[in-house]
Structure formats: structure tokens, C-alpha cells
Design a protein around this ligand. Structure first.
Ligand code: HEC
Length: 319
């Protein structure tokens, strides 16, 4: 009996050691990696576009694309209306929107980018309750020119309301909610966003660097390849019209595509508020497919607030 009990105690200690050791590795090692890699312009653009909530947080548990920032091209100063010397891309977080990872956990921005974002960019002044407008600026740190996050609400007085009041819808991009669609719809079953260093980068663009993924949330690395990598798809195809046709039914533009159709992301109505008759569309498409009709039926223009709008904005942002 006593021998058995001693063995039990040894076993329990070994188990404790293994558990403690693995917790140490789990908790400490990733933070070393994150701090060691410095955010690039690409990483800052991605995390500011995507915001924070993505289903694992409570802001958007059903992955509807809610609680997300929008990316806006600003051509005139939102306060004075005077044309800017150069159009500025800003990331608008309306009041109540969760702030991005690098703003709430500035260590994740990496050395230098963090210091500039805190000192020059005043990111700690950003508050979720009142919302904020961010942009990417550049500055010198220890002799290096680094990108940093600037809280334009603190530095220029650009509030979310002021920017949105002047924004032309054509210059507003719902990249963040589109990324939620990408995750929810399982695009990653077939597509990667990360070309491995295989031959395909020669056709599809240069491979990303480690720092390109700093603070990105959620990450969407594909593990398997059934379809082209999408990391730079917006550079090789920037046509909104092509994307519309392809998402409504990929066979409209790629006759043998295995990609499923995502027509349901249009929702109930088109851009004019007219109910979309999916049954009629599919019946006509089948006739076209069987050669009983000369042209395919027209794909309806999507509504401004539809899920497909976000998804297309996201895909076209992948440059
Ligand atoms: C079953 C696998 C599969 C799924 C799921 C899938 N795709 Fe595809 N996708 C493909 C294949 C195969 C191609 C290449 C043929 C074509 O263009 O349809 C493609 C092509 C594309 C292209 C054009 C790529 C290029 O190089 O020009 C885009 C953009 C795209 N898919 C986006 C998406 C998005 C966004 C989703 C999720 C809403 C998605 N796909 C889901 C298989 C898939």
C-alpha cells in the first residue's frame, strides 16, 4: 500500500512539473517572439483595418461583421473642408468599437513602433467609449525610419463623426467586417493568405515578412492549398465587377471553378432596395448553362450595407 502511495506522489510531481513547464513555454515564448518582430506598414494597415472583435470576443459572437472600423480615404480636412496636399487613409473607430490590438497592448507593436506610437501618435489617449480615428505615420527612431500609429483624434481633432460626415461612400471600405466574412464563410478551407516560399510567389507576388503579421487579429493562415493564394489578389485583380460576378457564381467567369457561390451574402435586397429573386436567377442561369439562353442573367448590384460589400472591400484591400 505505502509503496503504491509513494509512486502516486512521484507521478503527481512529475505531472505537475510537466504541466508547469508547458505552461511556462506557452505563456512566455510567444511573447518573446511578438516583442522581437517589429510591425511593418503592412501589419499596421491590417490590424487597424480589421479592428479587434472576431467572434472569440463578445462584441460580435455570431460573426456578423459588427463592431468593426472602416477604412476611409480622406481628401479634404474633415474640420475645415480644405483640400489636403495628399489624400490620407484613416481608420475610423466609431464610439464603442473595440480598439485594435496594438493600441491596447502597445508592446505588440514592437520596439520603436511602440515608442513612436505612444509619444508622437498619442495612442493612449484613444478611448473605446468615444471612438477614435487612426492613421499610419512615419518617424525616426534610433536612426531608423519606422511606421507608427497616430491617433488623429488627439493630434488633429479628427473625430469619427467629423470624418464620416464628410466621407463619400465610394471612399469608405469595410475591410474589417469583410475579414470577418472571410473567416465565417471558411474561405480559408481553400485559400491561403500566406504564400510559402514555393515557385508561386513568382506569379502571385513576393512572400510576406514575419513582421507583416504582428498584432493581426484574427490570423487566417491557410494550411492547405486548393486555390490561389489571396495575399496579393487585389494587386492582380482590382475589378469590383469581376469580384461581384465571381462571388455570385464563380462559374460565370471561371467555367470549371470548384469555388462555391456566395450569392446569399447579397442579403434580401439589391442596391435599389428591390427584392432579389434567387430562384428566378438560378432558373435562368441553368437555361443559359444548357444553351437555351444567349446570355447569363445579370448579377444584381449589392446594397451598401450588405455582407458581400464588406467581403469585396476586404478582398480588394489585399494588395
Ligand atoms: C472549395 C474551395 C473554395 C472556397 C471555399 C473558396 N474558394 Fe475562392 N477560389 C477557389 C478556386 C479553385 C479558385 C480559382 C478558380 C476561380 O477563379 O474560381 C478561386 C478563386 C478565387 C478568387 C480569384 C483569385 C485570383 O487569383 O484571381 C478570389 C478573390 C476568391 N477565390 C475568393 C474567395 C473568398 C473570399 C472565399 C470565401 C467567401 C472563397 N474564395 C472560397 C476555391 C475556393
Amino acid at each position: 500500500m505505502s509503496v503504491n502511495f509513494r509512486e502516486y506522489k512521484i507521478g503527481a510531481r512529475m505531472f505537475g512539473l510537466a504541466l508547469g513547464g508547458s505552461m511556462l513555454i506557452t505563456l512566455l515564448l510567444p511573447s518573446f517572439d511578438i516583442a522581437a518582430s517589429v510591425s511593418t506598414d503592412v501589419a499596421l494597415d491590417k490590424q487597424l483595418s480589421a479592428g479587434w472583435d472576431s467572434g472569440w470576443q463578445l462584441g460580435d459572437p455570431l460573426l456578423k461583421g459588427h463592431n468593426k472600423p472602416v477604412k476611409v480615404l480622406v481628401k479634404n480636412d474633415p474640420l475645415t473642408g480644405v483640400a489636403l496636399a495628399q489624400a490620407e487613409t484613416v481608420y475610423v473607430y466609431p464610439a464603442g468599437t473595440s480598439l485594435p490590438n496594438g493600441v491596447t497592448h502597445s508592446d505588440n507593436l514592437g520596439a520603436g513602433v511602440k515608442d513612436l506610437s505612444l509619444e508622437k501618435g498619442k495612442i493612449k489617449d484613444a478611448k473605446k467609449e468615444s471612438g477614435a480615428v487612426f492613421l499610419i505615420n512615419h518617424g525616426a527612431f534610433n536612426g531608423n525610419n519606422l511606421p507608427y500609429v497616430e491617433n488623429a483624434t488627439a493630434t488633429k481633432g479628427w473625430t469619427p463623426d467629423a470624418v464620416m460626415a464628410k466621407a463619400d461612400d465610394a471612399n469608405v471600405s469595410h475591410v474589417g467586417s469583410g475579414k470577418t466574412m472571410f473567416v465565417r464563410e471558411g474561405c480559408w478551407w481553400c485559400h491561403t493568405l500566406l504564400p510559402e516560399q514555393t515557385q508561386d510567389w513568382q506569379a502571385f507576388g513576393t512572400p510576406p515578412m514575419l513582421g507583416d503579421f504582428n498584432g493581426e487579429s484574427p490570423t487566417a493562415f491557410g494550411s492547405d492549398r486548393k486555390a490561389p493564394d489571396l495575399l496579393h489578389v487585389g494587386s492582380r485583380n482590382s475589378s469590383k465587377e469581376w469580384m461581384m460576378l465571381h462571388f455570385f457564381n464563380p462559374r460565370l467567369v471561371q467555367p470549371h471553378s470548384i469555388m462555391p457561390r456566395f450569392d446569399y451574402l447579397w442579403g434580401e435586397v439589391d442596391a435599389n432596395g428591390k427584392k432579389i429573386d434567387f430562384d428566378k436567377w438560378r432558373a435562368e442561369y441553368n437555361e443559359y448553362h444548357e444553351g437555351k439562353r444567349v446570355a447569363a442573367p445579370e448579377v444584381p448590384m449589392y446594397a451598401k450595407d450588405s455582407e458581400i460589400r464588406g467581403l469585396i472591400d476586404f478582398v480588394l484591400s489585399l494588395k
